[in-house]
Design a protein around this ligand. Structure first.
Ligand SMILES: NC(=O)c1ccc[n+]([C@@H]2O[C@H](COP(=O)([O-])OP(=O)(O)OC[C@H]3O[C@@H](n4cnc5c(N)ncnc54)[C@H](OP(=O)(O)O)[C@@H]3O)[C@@H](O)[C@H]2O)c1
Length: 264
């Protein structure tokens, strides 16, 4: 029987590439997005069952979970980004970012775990971000939500491996997608000049990023490996960047990040 994978954020970008790769490998895929009824036929991948799920709406997560068959692989991929000086972000927006990039993903995990434990097998892959290791200026809130997700991924293995359920974090560097980035910074803010420079450079880095298919290839390798690692960094110079983030002093790393993004 075909295995079943659930991919959140399957309508575009990285999630769509992962969905395509899973279908090609013979998986039955359930893909989510916020408005599946608005997807045009040529935007859909044949064979995929599209379901509604909005990470900022816990009821939509509950409804999705209640309609699911048993899931072999969950790809927690959906998400969006935020660029803003921390000082100028309302608590409401910060909580919203954590809902989309952390709490909603935890609800998804809690939803599939009972079934995975019952079948004594399961794989959860959380798409985090390398921003947690080398945070772009003004991405502190986004990066910290992704960082928490990465720690949760690793820590969860301690609870679930006894039931045959494995959890892996995949942290892309820059990927060429149209990822939604909420940008908050008033033109008359003291932060605005550096914010504008960083924001433009970050957009250019995303445009110049790797293809989402590269992330999908890594995800498929993880799925096909018996004993995957708990963390993978993927993208341009990912291996080198990961090593540098592990061994270089934090202050030196930040200095280089500020230099790259032309902020003093
Ligand atoms: N692109 C990069 O450079 C990069 C780097 C590191 C990490 N990432 C991470 O990779 C993941 C995928 O990003 P991407 O670049 O592929 O972005 P994308 O092209 O914008 O795709 C995002 C997907 O998530 C869905 N989505 C967005 N907000 C949602 C919400 N509130 N509730 C439910 N679904 C939602 C979107 O579906 P609808 O809009 O159709 O609902 C879409 O399918 C994200 O978690 C992102 O943080 C991306």
């Amino acid at each position: 029987m075909n295995k079943t994978a659930l991919v959140t954020g399957a309508s575009k970008g990285i999630g769509k590439s992962i969905t395509q790769a899973l279908v090609k490998s013979g998986y039955q895929v359930i893909g989510t997005c916020r408005e599946p009824d608005d997807l045009k036929e040529n935007e859909k991948i044949p064979g995929v069952i599209y379901k509604r799920m909005d990470l900022s709406d816990e009821d939509s997560i509950k409804t999705l979970i209640s309609e699911l068959p048993s899931i072999d692989v969950l790809i927690n991929n959906a998400g969006s980004s935020l660029m803003a000086p921390v000082e100028e972000i309302s608590q409401e927006v910060i909580q919203g970012m954590f809902q989309i990039n952390l709490f909603g993903h935890i609800s998804m995990i809690k939803g599939v775990l009972p079934g995975m434990r019952k079948q004594k097998k399961g794989l959860i892959i959380n798409i985090t971000s390398f921003a947690s290791h080398t945070p772009v200026p003004f991405s502190a809130v986004y990066a910290s939500a992704k960082s928490a997700m990465e720690t949760l991924s690793m820590a969860l293995n301690n609870e679930t491996l006894q039931f045959g359920v494995r959890v892996v974090a995949v942290a892309p560097v820059f990927v060429s997608t149209n990822i939604y980035q909420q940008k908050i910074c008033n033109v008359d803010s003291d932060y605005y000049p550096s914010f504008k420079t960083v924001s433009d450079l970050r957009d250019a880095s995303i445009d110049d990023g790797v293809s989402p298919h590269l992330i999908a290839d890594q995800v498929m390798k993880i799925i096909q490996t018996d004993n995957p690692k708990v963390f993978y960094a993927v993208g341009k110079n990912a291996g080198l960047l990961h090593l540098a983030s592990k061994i270089l002093p934090g202050g030196f790393l930040l200095k280089n990040i500020r230099k790259k993004f032309k902020i003093s």
